[in-house]
Design a binder for this molecule. Structure first.
Ligand code: AHR
Length: 499
């Protein structure tokens, strides 16, 4: 294969990378909460019932905002069921996933978890079966000083200090007929507007995420987003995007070309935000909050059969999925000027980088690119000019074999590169037009024997990150340009010093 040159210039800046694009999502679904993060009976549980093995692994991902409690779950959830003495909390029939929700874990446990993990709390209010008033009372419970009903309830439940929840999502996927309380765009928007006004009246400092389309495949895609943004007006700080992708046709090159369509989704929703801003002749615009994204297509078990913590959508991830996760992150970085928040869906057991089995824990392939990128997120995204060989994906169109993004942090340059070729290494040259690359500080790589290689409890280290030295990848730096051969089907994260 011909070589690929990635050319950067320190003045060709896209925007500062918002650390919140490295967020996660914890839903009351399957074994995400119970047997996932919270498992008092587990040998690794701490004094609060949290699994220290799972939290230790999650700490490595260095996530920023943690969205909770759903997802579809949020649209039937009444937050009052999950606060107060544990024995007084009701077990309820959970309708989104046909499960039983014992409510042992609720707002205060979630906030404690966020504090332990240094996560920014991000709550989704129930705009499906709930009321604007219920949402506003939740803000009062979380954010107000003692002296009125809900703040006093929080104090009685053990938290004198307000929880200080800044980020609030106004419902979840309200465009989807599967959503409890689904309504057309204009009705959702009025409901969200009422909730937003009341929530802001309680705490004017909160930031609000309105429900955008749940996928580009929805028949109301974009039109829903436009209507909602026009009605919500300045109340909307962000609009949500969701995206789950997969390789159902078993066409790896096309699957890896999905970055084209992720880029397009971001650009289309950005265009709607700009359209609405222009129409309103406003100085303010809504930014993008990609609050659910991942690979999900293999395990579609969504019926909990009335159980507590059933095994739902426990996707097993392989090497090609890890490359697609890197593709999402590259796309967010390339759109750093508009994508301000993103949440990997989800964090444990349910379509997650981590699986548990009894007291055991497994790290899946997609964990590694997230970790490699997240460690290098500080700085300003640079616009890469890529010159090199391309191929045509059957559905997703033409892409370079090498997918890339770059972040500059003073004299440190982080470069991420994925070789999508299933059979050939890619020779890569990285040059910074107005500077010289002087040294490689650190570099890791994820690859494997084939696209379907995956970890299991029996063989947990089939796909993992290795240093370049361990992976036998050599970087040569000559005349300020770094050159390397990236193995086939691999993703690399490199940090250089630039002079
Ligand atoms: O993450 C699983 C589910 O996918 C979420 O509950 C929902 O919002 C989406 O459809």
């Amino acid at each position: 294969m011909e070589s690929t040159t990635i050319t950067l210039h320190t003045r060709f800046q896209i925007g500062r990378v918002d650390p919140r694009i490295f967020g996660g999502f914890l839903e009351h679904m399957g074994r995400a909460v119970y047997e996932g993060v919270y498992d008092p009976g587990c040998s690794t549980a701490d004094e609060d019932g949290f699994r220290t093995d799972v939290l230790g692994a999650l700490r490595r991902l260095n996530m920023v905002a943690m969205r909770y409690p759903g997802g579809n779950f949020a649209s039937g959830y009444h937050w009052m069921d999950g606060v107060g003495p544990r024995d007084d909390r009701p077990a309820v029939q959970e309708l989104a996933w046909n499960s039983t929700e014992p409510n042992w874990f609720g707002t205060d446990e979630y906030i404690k978890l966020c504090q332990k993990m240094n996560w920014l709390p991000m709550l989704t209010v129930n705009l499906g079966t709930g009321t604007p008033e219920e949402s506003c009372n939740w803000v009062a419970y979380c954010n107000t000083a003692p002296g009125t009903q809900y703040a006093d309830l929080r104090v009685a439940n053990g938290s004198a200090k307000p929880h200080g929840v800044k980020l609030w999502c106004l419902g979840n996927e309200m465009d989807g007929p599967w959503q409890l309380g689904h309504v057309p765009a204009d009705q959702y928007a009025i409901r969200a507007q009422q909730a937003a006004k009341m929530m802001r009246a309680v705490d004017n400092s909160i930031e609000l995420v309105v429900c955008g389309s749940s996928s580009p495949n929805m028949p109301t895609y974009i039109e829903w987003d436009r209507q909602v943004l026009e009605i919500l007006d300045d109340l909307a700080n962000y609009i949500s995007l969701h995206r789950y992708v997969g390789n159902a046709d078993n066409d790896t090159p096309d699957y890896l070309a999905i970055t084209n369509s992720i880029d397009r989704q971001i650009e289309e929703v950005d265009a709607v935000c700009r359209f609405v801003q222009a129409k309103r002749r406003s100085k303010k615009r809504a930014y993008l909050c990609f609050d659910e994204w991942n690979v999900w297509y293999k395990n579609m078990q969504m019926d909990g059969e009335g159980k507590n913590a059933p095994h739902l959508i426990e996707e097993v991830y392989n090497l090609e999925d890890a490359l697609v996760v890197a593709g999402f992150l590259n796309s967010f970085i390339r759109h750093a000027d508009v994508v301000k928040i993103a949440n990997l869906a989800q964090i444990v057991n349910v379509i997650a980088p981590i699986l548990t089995r009894g007291d055991e824990m497994l790290i899946q392939s997609i964990f590694y690119p997230f970790e490699m990128f997240s460690q290098r997120r500080e700085g300003v995204a640079l616009r890469p000019a890529v010159h090199g060989p391309m191929y045509m994906g059957k559905v997703n169109g033409q892409v370079h074999y090498v997918d890339t993004s770059a972040i500059l942090n003073r004299d440190r340059l982080h470069v991420f590169a994925t070789n999508r070729s299933p059979d050939e290494p890619a020779r890569i040259h990285v040059r910074v037009a107005d500077r010289s690359i002087v040294a490689l500080d650190s570099a890791e790589l994820v690859t494997g024997t084939d696209a379907k290689a995956a970890n299991s409890f029996e063989q947990p280290e089939i796909v993992r990150a290795r240093s370049f030295a361990d992976a036998n990848v050599e970087v040569k730096i000559a005349e300020g340009i770094a050159s390397l051969d990236l193995p086939r089907l691999s993703v690399a994260a490199m940090t250089f010093t630039v002079g």
